[in-house]
Ligand binder design. Structure first.
Ligand SMILES: [Fe+2]
Ligand SMILES: [Fe+2]
Length: 194
């Protein structure tokens, strides 16, 4: 059952052009996003040791994201691309975090729902890369990742539904989804996931 919402803003397919034009830079950013996604899943474990219902799946998610990081890194190695010393700031993520409310429980709920939206955006953009890529290996690689990230989009909503009423979850998710659409639309394109 699909629990995540459809994204409010659809990225134009042309977005994938500059990714493919500077694919090595895109891979560096992509690797960084996977590493952060793994850390984010584990940070939920650290923040809520009492939420035993979701901890096993959070650990699975962290492992899957780490596997994604490994797969991207292997692709980088093949192409002779290294991890950069420093990554530019991800303003998309910074602006999303600013939307979170400040009380502990509300902030936790917002972070979970944002995680769902970020996963859905990753799935959408990996799909665009898969569709635009000419290289069969790259096409296959991003197709596999797109299905995996779409699944993560659902599970973060499922996690939230364990602890907050459905109406409250979806009302907030709709709000965050709309705001994410505005942020995404106003973020200049670069050879990066966001
Ligand atoms: Fe991932
Ligand atoms: Fe993911």
């Amino acid at each position: 059952m699909k629990l995540s919402l459809d994204l409010e803003y659809s990225t134009p397919p042309e977005w994938a052009n500059q990714v493919l034009e500077d694919f090595d830079s895109f891979l560096q950013d992509h690797a960084d996003c996977e590493r952060k996604a793994s850390s984010m899943a584990m940070s939920f474990v650290a923040k809520c040791p009492d939420k035993v219902e979701i901890i096993p799946e959070l650990i699975d998610t962290a492992l899957e994201e780490l596997e994604h990081f490994q797969a991207v890194y292997q692709l980088m190695e093949k192409r002779g691309v290294r991890l950069p010393d420093r990554m530019p700031k991800d303003t998309y993520i910074d602006r999303l975090i600013k939307l979170c409310r400040s009380s502990v429980q509300e902030r936790l709920m917002d972070r979970m729902l944002l995680a769902s939206i970020i996963e859905c955006r990753g799935a959408e953009r990996f799909r665009l890369v898969a569709e635009a890529a000419q290289d069969a290996e790259i096409k296959q690689f991003y197709k596999r990742l797109w299905t995996s990230e779409a699944k993560h989009g659902h599970i973060f909503v499922k996690f939230a539904l364990n602890y907050w009423p459905e109406e409250e979850v979806y009302e907030r998710l709709e709000y965050l989804n709309r705001e994410e659409g505005k942020i995404c639309e106003s973020t200049p394109w670069r050879a990066a996931l966001h």
